[in-house]
Design a protein around this ligand. Structure first.
Ligand code: HEC
Ligand code: HEC
Length: 467
């Protein structure tokens, strides 16, 4: 759908376009930060994230297509993590939840995989089926919690789901996909956007479904009307412009065809972004939401604001890249079949190793008693109040992990959260305040480095839904 009637009015006010060299210089300053921090986060917390995984990767993939030098290794690692997240979520999908926030996590992962050229398969189809099972008695999809701006808008969740369904719903699910899509289209027409995030994703969803051209044009005009005198967009009408709102607004207006890069409004937005970019290459946006996850420093600037700031920097860079000509490159994974193989190989669940009786005995004698007496109180099915959503009473529980993702990486104690928690390596000490004796910690290291043999039969432990 192209905004034929709105565009000429906007184009009437042409301004001098931002020189390409300035755009390139700004992008080139932001990319290393995004790369460093996305790679760092994978080391630090093993889970797939929207802020450090998906948002930077959308940009890195796109920057690659426009001829910027990026670390393709990091991009592949990020894609592998996103895909692995879906694989890990598959058993949860059946129970109606996912590690990071019902539909938002898998929906964001699917978007990132799709633009990189991932082909639909049984794993992405499982995510699509999960979407159809979610919010069944509603005509749209709702976020798991409010963490504005990125998580908390019903329009964002609904768009992520609709986009995922569009690309990954298998033919066998076509009837259910069709009826939920129709219902969502009706909801979209009736529900008003209340802030920039709503408006951005309402616009994207109206464009995706192509339900009503007049409604689409009206939303585009409303989003444009919010552009401030400084050229930026505010998250809410009573706040100042910032890079998150501006980046996401420009991206949506451009991707839906409502604006082209030549339009004055787009150029003013780009100018705003260049003006407020930090000398370090990042864009600082203040956090509005309370903490849900245990904080960690991901090496991105801006302290407690770094999680929203890396998303903002991603979207701002994505917006700037719209004005950088694209080289004729096909999506990364299409031109790199070996990368697809790498993603699959690293994402598929570790094959169960064959452990010896001695190794199991080591677990029974040295590890299990410690878990039982020092950890189960807070991390098992018996815990009065489960802490960090982490079950340590089954091997599956440990591998799945809690709020911060898998608690161990077999054979890699240094990168295993469980081991690091015992030594308080940038994590809360476990058990809290009572460090285990060094010999016991050494046993845990030995156990993890031998692949974490664990003969326990599945307990009754059932993961609790994400808070
Ligand atoms: C659905 C998208 C999404 C996924 C997936 C996700 N996060 Fe986040 N995360 C957020 C949002 C939104 C915020 C809040 C950012 C802001 O506005 O400051 C956030 C913030 C954080 C913070 C800062 C503290 C806080 O809670 O605000 C940490 C730490 C964090 N996430 C860790 C993780 C870890 C570990 C995982 C993997 C289990 C993860 N995230 C997966 C969306 C996500
Ligand atoms: C008295 C309760 C208590 C005991 C006992 C305890 N923990 Fe914890 N554990 C917590 C709390 C609370 C958190 C969340 C810390 C935070 O959010 O900063 C946590 C978090 C963790 C995490 C991080 C999980 C994640 O995904 O964020 C790991 C790993 C962990 N504990 C391992 C252990 C191990 C191993 C033991 C036994 C040696 C243990 N804990 C004993 C209360 C406990």
């Amino acid at each position: 759908m192209v905004l034929a009637s709105l565009a000429p009015a906007i184009r009437a006010a042409q301004i001098v376009p931002v020189p390409l060299a300035e755009l390139r210089a700004s992008v080139a300053k932001a990319l290393p930060l995004l790369e460093r921090s996305s790679a760092f986060a994978l080391q630090e917390r093993a889970c797939f994230t929207c802020h450090h995984g998906a948002h930077p990767s959308l940009v890195l993939n796109d920057a690659w297509a426009r001829g910027f030098a990026i670390s393709t290794n990091n991009l592949e690692d990020q894609l592998a993590r996103a895909y692995q997240g879906l694989i890990e979520d598959r058993p949860r999908f059946k129970e109606g939840w996912s590690i990071a926030g019902t539909a938002d996590g898998p929906g964001t992962a699917l978007w990132m995989l799709e633009v990189a050229g991932w082909k639909p398969d049984t794993t992405t189809a499982a995510a699509a089926e999960f979407f159809l099972d979610q919010n069944k008695n509603l005509d749209h999809w709702v976020p798991p919690m409010r963490r504005p701006p990125t998580v908390g808008s019903e329009f964002t969740t609904t768009y992520l789901v609709l986009r995922g369904l569009r690309h990954h719903s298998p033919p066998s699910l076509a009837p259910r996909t069709g009826s939920r899509t129709i219902a969502a289209g009706q909801w979209l027409l009736a529900a008003p956007a209340r802030n920039t995030e709503d408006s951005v994703y309402r616009l994207r969803a109206l464009h995706l479904l192509d339900v009503d051209e007049a409604a689409f044009k009206k939303e585009a005009a409303e989003l444009l009307a919010v552009q401030a005198a400084d050229g930026g967009w505010p998250q809410k009408l009573d706040t100042a412009s910032d890079a998150y709102a501006t980046g996401t607004a420009l991206a949506a207006l451009h991707d839906t065809g409502a604006l082209t890069v030549k339009d004055a409004a787009f150029q003013r937005g780009l100018r705003y972004l260049l003006t407020v970019q930090g000398t370090d290459g990042s864009w600082h946006v203040r956090k509005r939401t309370h903490d849900v996850q245990p904080f960690f420093d991901s090496s991105f600037p801006h302290g407690v604001d770094q999680f929203i700031s890396i998303s903002a920097t991603s979207w701002a860079t994505y917006a700037l890249l719209r004005a950088v000509p694209k080289t004729e490159r096909k999506p990364y994974l299409v031109t790199h079949p070996q990368a697809v193989a790498r993603v699959l190989a690293s994402a598929l669940p570790n094959k169960e190793q064959h452990f010896t009786e001695e190794q199991f005995a080591f677990f029974r004698q040295k590890i299990e008693p410690v878990l039982t007496t020092r950890c189960y109180e807070c991390h098992s099915a018996q815990a009065k109040k489960l802490k960090a959503n982490l079950y340590l009473d089954t091997r599956a529980g440990i591998l799945t992990g809690g709020d911060s993702g898998p608690a161990l990486r077999p054979s890699d104690s240094d990168r295993s959260l469980l081991f690091r928690s015992l030594t308080s390596d940038r994590l809360e000490l476990m058990p809290p305040k009572h460090k285990l004796p060094d010999t016991v910690i050494a046993d845990f290291r030995k156990w993890i480095d031998m692949g974490a043999p664990d003969p326990r039969i599945e307990g009754t432990a059932k993961p609790a839904a994400y808070k």
